[in-house]
Design a binder for this molecule. Sequence first.
Ligand code: RNT
Ligand code: ZN
Length: 418
Amino acid sequence: MTIEQNYQLAKAQYEKWGIDVESALETLKQVPISIHCWQGDDVSGFEVDQQELSGGIDVTGDYPGKATTPEQLRQDLEQALSLIPGKHRINLHAIYAETNGEKVERDQLEPKHFQNWIDWAKQHQLGLDFNPTLFSHPKAADGLTLSHPNKNIRDFWIRHCKASRQIAEYIGKELGTPALTNIWIPDGYKDTPSDRLTPRKRLKDSLDQIFSDQIDERYNIDAVESKLFGIGSEAYVVGSHEFYLGYALKNNILCLLDTGHYHPTEMVSNKISAMLLFSDRIALHVSRPVRWDSDHVVTFDDELKEIGLEIVRNDALDKVMIGLDFFDASINRVAAWTIGTRNMIKSLLYALLMPNDQLKAYQEQGNFTERLAILEEFKTYPFGAIWDYYCKQMNVPVGVEWLKQVQQYEQEVLLNRS
Ligand code: RNT
Ligand code: ZN
């Protein structure tokens, strides 16, 4: 049976439930995923005096072929993008600046240092998002940045964040789609603090200074990302969830939820509907924590499906800015991007193919037996046939065919890198 025939049979099954499969596929085409560039080089970046990764995050593994130049990283991204259906965005960090071999301090970065990325994004019709980098730097060596007791250090990082927003504004203007600038800082303490308030006051003040520069939302959108703990900040993180939730609501910026930044049984899927009642938009870093914030490649697991469902059910495809955040150096990095991003897209398709209205009605009627029965029934519906058809329609490999291309790319390109 062909992909088309399988699709027609599957489609008929979904249609019995009143699900419009074709319009689901049309909707899916419009949803951009912000793909993080840092999976491609283990969060190294291209700074002239590259520092070891710090900030309480870690990448393990040494799979061969990691990109070490901007050209290589873009080439790898192109390879991954050719295997992922749809038009997407690339998420950059400030350490991916290109400075022509010249040392440029992070507080001196300018739009021109990202011109190659912008030109490349234009050429491939990609949006770009941005992050200031407040780790892997001597001024972040003691685990504090925007909340540092030393004003000089704080001011340095404030200038870096301000510069980042300017860069993002330029990117947004150039590309005709706003860049999301997300601030994540590692600040925290390994052991029980004797004062939780003072560092938070300083962080609040630093953020106020950063956001005092008015930038048009048509070009730049601001987000702040909280965290529960990191390596070396197990006891206390300054930018906790409550801190940033409060800050974001009060200052009308976006709260970014990273799925690895909560207690192990605390689910981001359960937060989306609550937050959207109080804020027009939120942002996500979809990741996969395994026992800790390990940033494993996103798989098509229950929580990913639930996240997709919450976005779709609540009509929030244009309110939730979906970004990815994982970094695994133990497997082929192009495959990591491909697997994780295809899974994210799959979860949205899965959600679009559910009889969501009917399921809502069951719940409203107190009909929990039907609710459970139908939710379970759809887990074995022929979703794969629709997904395959979508991939074919979008001119990307169907099924695991993409893997052959990655293997070939590994042989021809990755393994020839020294
Ligand atoms: C760290 C945060 C942050 C980083 C990236 C590299 O725990 O999740 O988003 O992963 O900025
Ligand atoms: Zn994150």
